[in-house]
Every structure is written in C-alpha cells, then in structure tokens.
Design a protein around this ligand. Structure first.
Ligand code: ATP
Length: 313
C-alpha cells in the first residue's frame, strides 16, 4: 500500500456543559457531539528517500496550520507508530497531505478530525491491524475530540470529551447552517474567560456537569423543533464576550427562522438548525446576504466518523 486517503467530519456540540476548573487545569465536561457533513481529507503515503516525516496542508485556513511535528495529524501518526512498535526506516518517510474544508480554530474540531483521519489512514498503510477500541485509546492520548472524530454519529462525551457513549436516537437527519466568523477564538482563552466570568458572578458550579434530559428526549423523539429549543453551550457567554459580533450573527439566524442557534464548542462558528433541507438552503442564502459572518455552509448530521475513501498501491 503506498497511499491511503481518509475523510473526517467536523463536529458540532448540541450541548456543552462545563464543570469547575480542576487542579490539573482541565474542566470536566458533558457534551453531546454530532458529526456533520463538512469534511477534511487526509492522505498518508510512504515515500522513498531519507528524511523527516512531512505534512502538506492546502485549503481553508491552511496558512494557520502547523506543517511540522505540531500538526495533529502527524502527532497522531507518531503515536500510532509508537504503539505499533514501528521504528523509522532510514530509506523511506511518511508524507501526510491535508486538504482542509473545516475552518481552523473555529470550534469544529478540524484538527482533531485530521488526527483521527491520520490514525485510520496509517493503520491501513502500515497494516497495523488495530480495531476501533485500540484506535480510540490512542486517539484519546492525542486530543480530547479525536476519539469522537473516529466514532462519528451523535454521542455523549464525558471526562474531557473522550469517554464516549453513542446516543440512542432514531435515524433522523438534521439540517444545519454553519456561519463562519471573520476571526478565530483560542479554546484555552475561552475557557479562562468562562472561569473569570463565573468567579466574578460567584456562580456555584456543580462539581459534575449534567446531561440535559430535555435534549436527550428531543433527540429520541427525532423532532428537530424540540432539538432546536434544547441546544445549549456553557462556553457561549465567554465566546460572545471575546467576540461580540457573534451576538448579531445568532440573532440574525433566529430572526430568519432557525429552530435553534448556538456557538459551536469554543466558537466562533455559529450553527443554526433548520426545519428541512430546503429551509436550510433559504437560511444559508439569507444569512450570507445579511453580512453577519465571513461565509456560510450547509451540513447535515449525524454522519459516520473518519473513513477510508481510497487506497492506492
Ligand atoms: P479545539 O479542538 O481545540 O476546540 P478548534 O476546533 O477550535 O479547536 P482546530 O481547527 O482543531 O480548532 O485547531 C486548533 C489549533 O490546532 C489551531 O490553532 C491549529 O494551529 C492547531 N492545529 C494543529 N494541527 C492542525 C490541523 N491538522 N488542522 C487544524 N489545526 C491544527
């Protein structure tokens, strides 16, 4: 096998409940992830000739993605090689090519998706033979959202988001409109802002964040209206205070008839739930004309996690 191409979906969070700051600097989370049909594509290939493993990135936001060992796809490949006990071959190296459609630092876990795609691609390329549970374990070490990008669908995430349980729900497809912002938000900065806001308000944060029963029952019913009403994100006030223009984006989408609206993860992407594929098309066109975001995309979910699209010899 000389080259394997895998595509990985973006994620949105239908609920993101954040516990208090822990001593190790992390927060316990309860989140409901959904994988949506906006994909990055990652090709892993073995190339003859000595040298370091390399990453090439093209597409949406490619300039702000590290091309060296800090790239999450390469970190994932390195982690897999270690677990597989592979030692570097002086005559050959790994080349990872990433075609990005998921905007960078947008709250859509594009980097985690690339890491998941690299795990699937390299497992095939090197005939690693690892099954989903072993890959999920390696994924959790690379980053908190990587295991979900492998799994896909709709799932509840606990811990730092890596302890996953697939959500029991009918096969409803939800139609989303994604409004990409003109700017980025740093995930650690959004969490730090939330901690400061909570301290200032002397908010009593429950030690264990809880799953929202209204959202879970809405998902079981498959009723998009109920799901729209139950969307929630504890990080949203922090994201809005760092990026006030997002208030206008959210308000515009709701005025234009979205069933629900929220900032995805740590933002700044805003996501809107539409009642049907046609409504999503209308909403996307109107939002794009309203001048409240950089660009707009439509996506449906849930979709499967990282999967091979081609393998060449
Ligand atoms: P998070 O998963 O932390 O919530 P996000 O979804 O907002 O992040 P990502 O697009 O995953 O954003 O990027 C987060 C950071 O990871 C960026 O600052 C980027 O420089 C770095 N990064 C490393 N590798 C990649 C990659 N392959 N694609 C995108 N970003 C990457």
């Amino acid at each position: 096998m000389t080259g394997v191409t895998v595509r990985a979906p973006a994620k949105i969070n239908l609920q993101l409940a954040v516990g208090p700051l822990r001593d190790d600097g992390y927060h316990d989370l309860v989140t409901v992830f959904q994988a949506v049909s906006l994909y990055d594509e990652v090709t892993a290939a073995i190339v003859d000739g000595p040298g370091e493993d390399v990453v090439g990135v093209s597409g949406e936001g490619a300039d702000s993605v590290p091309a060296g060992p800090d790239n999450l796809a390469l970190r994932a490949a390195t982690a897999l090689a270690q677990v597989a006990g592979l030692s570097p071959d002086p005559g050959r190296h790994l080349e990872i090519t990433i075609r990005k459609r998921i905007p960078v630092a947008a709250g859509l876990a594009g980097g985690s998706g690339d890491a998941a795609a690299a795990l699937v691609a390299c497992n095939e390329l090197w005939a690693g033979g690892f099954g989903p549970p072993q890959l999920a374990e390696i994924a959790a070490r690379v980053g908190s959202d990587v295991a979900f990008a492998l799994l896909g669908g709709t799932a509840v995430g606990r811990g730092r988001g890596e302890q996953l349980t697939p959500a029991l729900a009918p096969a409803t497809q939800y139609h989303w409109v994604l409004a990409f912002a003109d700017g980025h938000l740093s995930t650690p900065e959004v969490y730090a802002t939330l901690d400061r806001q909570r301290a200032r308000a002397r908010e009593q944060v429950p030690a264990e964040p809880g799953l929202d029963p209204a959202l879970m029952s809405a998902l079981r019913s498959g009723d998009a209206r109920l799901v729209g009403r139950a969307l929630s994100n504890d990080l949203q006030p922090a994201a809005l205070s760092l990026f006030p223009a997002l208030r206008k984006t959210l308000a515009a989408g709701l005025e234009l008839g979205a069933l629900g609206a929220l900032v995805s993860g740590s933002g700044p992407t805003c996501v809107f739930l539409a009642a049907s594929a046609d409504r999503a098309l209308d909403l996307a066109a109107s939002l794009s004309g309203a001048g409240v975001c950089r660009s707009v995309a439509r996506a449906s979910g849930p979709v499967p996690g990282a999967a091979i699209v081609s393998a060449a010899r």
